[in-house]
Design a protein around this ligand. Structure first.
Ligand code: DAH
Length: 345
C-alpha cells in the first residue's frame, strides 16, 4: 500500500477515534505520536521516496501530523471536562474557601491610633530618613560634642565624615530639624518612625524600636499648650479620667524639659507590678523647643516659640496590651501576632 493510501486510512481512523478515559487517550498517543509511532514512521518512509513523490506528499504528510497532534490535544481537554462534571464525590454547591486575612502588627495599630488622635488636633504626619547625619541627629538639636549619645557604644555609626558623621538615627527628633529647615512656621506635625541604639537585646531593651515625635511651633506657643495637647492625647488613648503629671527633666533640645507620667492604666493608680507600686508610669519626654534649636534651623526665636515631645511606641503598646517582652515585636511569632487579628484594620 502506498503512503498516500495509508495516510487516508489513518486519517479516517483518527477522525473516528473516541476516548473516555486517560488510558484510551494514552493508547492514541502511543499509536500515533511517540518516537516509534505511526507519524514518525511515515516521515522516515518519506525520506526514501523519489524527489517527485516528495513534492506531492510533503504537504499531505505535514497536515496529517498536525491532525494527529490536534486530536490528542482535544482528547486530553475532553478528559478534563469530564472529570469535573462526572466526578460524583465533588460537591459543587460547597461555599468557597475564604482567604485568611493577616492582622496588623500591634505597633502599627498603636501608631495608627496615635496618629489619628493628633490628626484631630490638626497635626500632620511627617517622615525623615533612618540613616541620618550628625547635624540632624545631634548638633542642630543642641547636643554638645562630648555628649555620651555620640559614643560608639550608644549609636550605630555608618561612616566617619569630617564633622558630620553618618549614623542610624537614635531618635525621631532629627525629623523636627529637617522639617524646620525646610519650611516656615507654623509647624504642627507628628513624626513616627524607627530608631536605632547600640543596646544588648533583652526583654526591656532592643537595638531598634519606634518613636513618635511631635512638634508645634508658632507665635505665642506656651507650656500650657503643651500640657493641654498631651492631656487631650492621653484622655483619647487611655480613656477619660486618666491623670497626667509632669516631672522636670533634661533634654539638650528643650528648655524647660519634662517627663510625663500617666496614672497606671492597669491598676488605675492604686499600685501594681507594672507601675512598681507607684501608681504612675512614664510615657514620654517633652519640653519647649530650645531657642538654640530654632536658630539652628533658621527660625527667629524671638518671634516664634514651640513645644516638642517624643514617645516610644513600644512603651505605649506594652502598657495598652500588657506585653512584657520587647523581643516579641520582632520575632514574627504567629502565636503572638494573631492575637491582634480582631482589631479593626
Ligand atoms: N528624643 C528623646 C529620646 O529619644 C525624646 C524626646 C524628649 C523628644 C523630649 C522630644 C522632647 O521632642 O521634647 O529620648
Amino acid at each position: 500500500m502506498d503512503i498516500q493510501t495509508r495516510i487516508n486510512e489513518y486519517t479516517a481512523e483518527i477522525n473516528s477515534f473516541e476516548a473516555t478515559t486517560a488510558e484510551e487517550t494514552e493508547k492514541f498517543r502511543l499509536r500515533f505520536l511517540v518516537n516509534k509511532g505511526i507519524v514518525r514512521a511515515l516521515f522516515d518512509e518519506f525520506k526514501m521516496v523519489s524527489a517527485e513523490e516528495k513534492r506531492a506528499l510533503g504537504q499531505v504528510l505535514n497536515q496529517f501530523k498536525v491532525l494527529a497532534e490536534n486530536k490528542h490535544k482535544s482528547l486530553l481537554e475532553g478528559l478534563d471536562d469530564k472529570s469535573q462534571v462526572g466526578d460524583s464525590d465533588q460537591d459543587l454547591t460547597l461555599p468557597g474557601r475564604g482567604f485568611k486575612l493577616g492582622s496588623r502588627h500591634p505597633l502599627s495599630l498603636v501608631r495608627k491610633e496615635i496618629v489619628e488622635i493628633f490628626n484631630k488636633l490638626g497635626f500632620v504626619v511627617a517622615e525623615g530618613p533612618e540613616i541620618e547625619d550628625d547635624w540632624h541627629n545631634f548638633s542642630a538639636l543642641n547636643f554638645p560634642d562630648e555628649h555620651p549619645a555620640r559614643d560608639m557604644q550608644d549609636t550605630f555609626f555608618i561612616e566617619k565624615k569630617d564633622g558630620n558623621d553618618i549614623a542610624l538615627r537614635t531618635h525621631t527628633s532629627s525629623v523636627q530639624v529637617r522639617m524646620m529647615e525646610m519650611g516656615k512656621p507654623p509647624f504642627r506635625a507628628i513624626m513616627p518612625g524607627r530608631v536605632y541604639r547600640n543596646e544588648a537585646i533583652s526583654a526591656r531593651a532592643h537595638c531598634f524600636f519606634h518613636q513618635v515625635e511631635g512638634l508645634y511651633v508658632d507665635e505665642d506657643v506656651s507650656f500650657a499648650d503643651l500640657k493641654q495637647t498631651l492631656f487631650f492625647f492621653v484622655q483619647e488613648l487611655y480613656g477619660e479620667g486618666t491623670k497626667v503629671r509632669f516631672r522636670p527633666s533634661y533634654f539638650p533640645f528643650t528648655e524647660p524639659s519634662a517627663e510625663m507620667d500617666i496614672s497606671c492604666s492597669i491598676c488605675k493608680g492604686s499600685g501594681c507590678t507594672l507601675c512598681k507600686g507607684s501608681g504612675w508610669v512614664e510615657i514620654l519626654g517633652c519640653g519647649m523647643v530650645d531657642p538654640n534649636v530654632l536658630e539652628n534651623c533658621g527660625i527667629d526665636s524671638k518671634k516664634y516659640s514651640g513645644f516638642a515631645f517624643g514617645m516610644g511606641i513600644e512603651r505605649i503598646t506594652n502598657l495598652k496590651y500588657e506585653i512584657k517582652d520587647l523581643r516579641l515585636f520582632s520575632e514574627n511569632d504567629i502565636r503572638f501576632l494573631k492575637q491582634f487579628s480582631t482589631e479593626i484594620i
